[in-house]
Design a protein around this ligand. Structure first.
Ligand code: SF4
Length: 165
């Protein structure tokens, strides 16, 4: 079993790590703003991509919702669904498109049950993924609020902001 898959068996540990990182970035926000979000984004992309790819099979969508999806990357779903599974989940809990692969939403649900900080966020409605953010640092987009921005052309919707936890 790969290192990342092993770690994903401990969603509570992962959500606490996420929580700590979140608070660290919030504390550093004034400094990052002074340096420049774009510049820090350039520094962060590589390490963020590497670390999250190893653990979560991250696809660098730039709009990270791991904490709302059982610390399971919803972009690993072949259909990139961000609001729950499609209607094709197999009886064994595997993917319709890739039968050998467990459905990421079944995993997200099961893992969210082990989470005590963000587990209930599984019910949050997520905006459609904004492809313009692909490849950028999700941490920086969180600080600037870009990860919650809904383009004007889209129907406006109530995005539940990340609660301070
Ligand atoms: S939700 Fe986006 S940023 Fe977060 S792990 Fe998945 S692809 Fe990466």
């Amino acid at each position: 079993m790969k290192f990342g898959q092993q770690l994903q068996r401990y969603p509570h540990f992962l959500e606490r790590t996420y929580q700590l990182t979140y608070h660290l970035f919030k504390k550093l926000d004034p400094l990052i703003a002074r340096i420049g979000y774009d510049r820090v984004d350039g520094w962060l992309r590589g390490p963020e991509d590497f670390a999250k790819r190893v653990v979560f099979d991250c696809h660098m969508c730039g709009q990270c919702i791991l904490h709302s999806t059982g610390m399971t990357c919803s972009m690993s779903c072949p259909k990139n669904l961000r609001n729950g599974p499609c209607g094709g989940v197999r009886a064994n809990g595997h993917c319709e498109v890739k039968p050998e692969m467990p459905c990421v939403w079944v995993q997200a649900y099961n893992r969210s049950l082990d989470m005590t900080v963000y587990g209930d966020e599984l019910l949050n409605i997520q905006p459609p993924v904004n492809r313009q953010l692909e490849g950028s640092s999700a941490w920086i987009n969180m600080l600037t609020g870009q990860d919650k921005a809904v383009p004007k052309a889209w129907p406006q919707m109530d995005i539940i902001p990340l609660a301070e936890k």
